[in-house]
Design a protein around this ligand. Sequence first.
Ligand code: FES
Ligand code: FE2
Length: 343
Amino acid sequence: MSIYIRNAWYVAAWASEVNHELFKRTILGEPIVLYRKNDGTPVALIDRCAHKLLPLSMGRLVGDYVQCGYHGLEYDCSGACVRVPGQERIPATAKVRSFPLVERYNAIWIWMGDPARADPAAIHEVRKINEPGWAVIDGGYQLHGGDYLNIAENLQDPAHTTYVHLRTIGNPATSDVPVKVEQGPDYLVTYRWSNNVPPPPIDKRNGDFKGLVDRCQYYHYFLPCVSRVDVVTMDAGQEHTEENMDKGLRLYGYKFLTPETETTTHFFWMQVRNFGVDDSKMQAEQFASLDQTFAEDNVIVTAVQREQTATGTRQQTWLSIDAGPSRVRKMLEDMAAAEQTAT
Ligand code: FES
Ligand SMILES: [Fe+2]
């Protein structure tokens, strides 16, 4: 059984990565070539010529058509062959698969499953991204050496922070506050509030807190491929409504996981926050710090994946900290199995 879930929108690339030239990327084990037409519309085709299967990314663009680098077949943006050098007739088999794309939130989203089900409304909403008073960092990308299930587990696993991120975000002080978990059909959230606590120095710097604060970290996972960490610091004594939380310090950390292969994952990340909005120094520092943090995760996940592959085993013993990670894995595996049974 494959671990892939096909009927979903995945980030194929940041919008800035795709231009009027051929750009290749493997997604869900399939070679894809992306480009923009002259009018800017993005296109995705299978990166394999219908003739002798040469990757089309080794060819070139002729206007809005892709010309194969072997015998010059030309394909339009739907994947139909429009020209065969040396003959009039275009064989019915001379076509390649094209994939639905949507450009949104500075990213290009691809649908790898049944095209009839590709509803743009199903793209996960990124909160506050275009609203005044919120700063955006996007363009974060790393290729991670683990399958997306291992990475999803890592993202639902606050317990690793103290050990993996010692030099970046590690903070052992909160590790004894109880954690709550909520699950819906297509999401899981783990969170903990620390109420009536003095604001830590970093929150004092970024916000204008006179007294005690309530702080929370929500770790959301939206199946199959979006993680959102929601970090809030607000004046103590208020109801924890969305509106009140937005008046405090709030930061959304998004990760979009796109399986590359059965053992590797494209890890795209973005941050949206309501403080330091015009602070370019903070922008640069946040980018560097997050990039470093996720590189730390990549080292761990890559090594774990290597040992799992070598042993054919995933885990030998289970701990209470595995509740969230195990649950997100199970939800993803069930979703993949249900999709594969249905088709
Ligand atoms: S392999 Fe592409 S035209 Fe022959
Ligand atoms: Fe981490």
